[in-house]
Design a protein around this ligand. Sequence first.
Ligand code: NDP
Ligand code: KPL
Length: 334
Amino acid sequence: MPKPRLAVLGAGSVGCHLGGHLAAAGHDVTFIGRPAAMDVLRERGLTLNTSSRPPVRLAPDRLTTATGPDAAAGADYVLVTVKTADTGAAAEGLAPHLSPGAVVVSFQNGLHNAATLRAALPGHTVLAGMVPYNVVQEEPGTVHQGMAGRLMTEPDDTLVAAFRAADLAVEARTDMSEVQHAKLLFNLNNAINALSGLPLRDQLGQRAYRRCLALCQREALAAYRAAALTPARLGPTSPGLTPYVLALPDALFRRVAAASLRIDAHARSSMWEDLQRGRPTEIDSLQGEIVALATAHGLTAPANARLVALVHEAESGPRTWTGPQLYAELCAAR
Ligand SMILES: NC(=O)C1=CN([C@@H]2O[C@H](COP(=O)(O)OP(=O)(O)OC[C@H]3O[C@@H](n4cnc5c(N)ncnc54)[C@H](OP(=O)(O)O)[C@@H]3O)[C@@H](O)[C@H]2O)C=CC1
Ligand SMILES: CC(C)(CO)C(=O)C(=O)O
């Protein structure tokens, strides 16, 4: 089977990680990103770090970079890795340039990105995908994968074969809506992590922050029940039990949930990275989604709603919260 040609639209942390591994395995990958980010790749190349494997280094002459969506013309697969608020604009930009038969795959958090792409790209197959692990830009031109995990995508044999050839673990799923609802439960921690100012491992190691997450997940699970939505089970614990595990005292949590603390010491959520760079966050498509779903079903989600407000405040001037401070703030909102 000939190797597919790929383009990554939104070459930031996730886009450089996925595209970089595919390019390192010999695929023809075009990285489409902002001019300043593409200058960095052209000057420094791309280094892909993980704590478990030796770094992969791609010299500038092994990278094809571009700054406009027209560069996706000719790609068999376009991996969309922009932040949720940018999906509509990215899709509009892509529409006139996609080759007939090109498949578009969303590797974004949130529930509606694939639907947004489908609406703007009629006649094209759009697949929902999911990245379960954390990737941050350690320094310009270097992205770091902070935990292990398997990518998930709606079934497509060619895409799955390309990822596997690039040593990226991947699973084809026919229940991506359930997978995305389960991932959203994990992503409710993005805001808590961002407001903590701590690496994920330190933050999740503290019971008060985990109790904040448990509050958010309980509200989300109630909204899912009301909407007859069943999140997939993605880890060792079922989604319904996770809030109980999160609320355990630290020593017990470390024993029961050792796997969830197997995170690189420096890994942080993508929302932390947004706040650091002074960019708008994805809070409205994470906690905001739970608030909207709860409201639509006559419920409330006060802890999630308070976090939406706190993150919007932090977008204009970051402040960090200790676990006990944040837990008290969320409890007071109920
Ligand atoms: N990072 C992580 O650990 C994980 C992230 N995710 C999800 O993956 C998605 C991507 O996240 P992440 O990689 O962290 O985000 P990044 O912000 O690092 O990367 C997105 C990049 O796309 C650029 N961009 C936006 N619109 C366009 C456009 N039209 N053309 C070209 N470039 C564009 C952005 O530029 P600018 O900033 O200037 O707008 C940014 O550089 C998000 O939905 C996130 O929630 C999922 C799992 C893990
Ligand atoms: C993998 C995880 C949950 C890490 O926080 C993430 O999706 C993110 O940072 O956006």
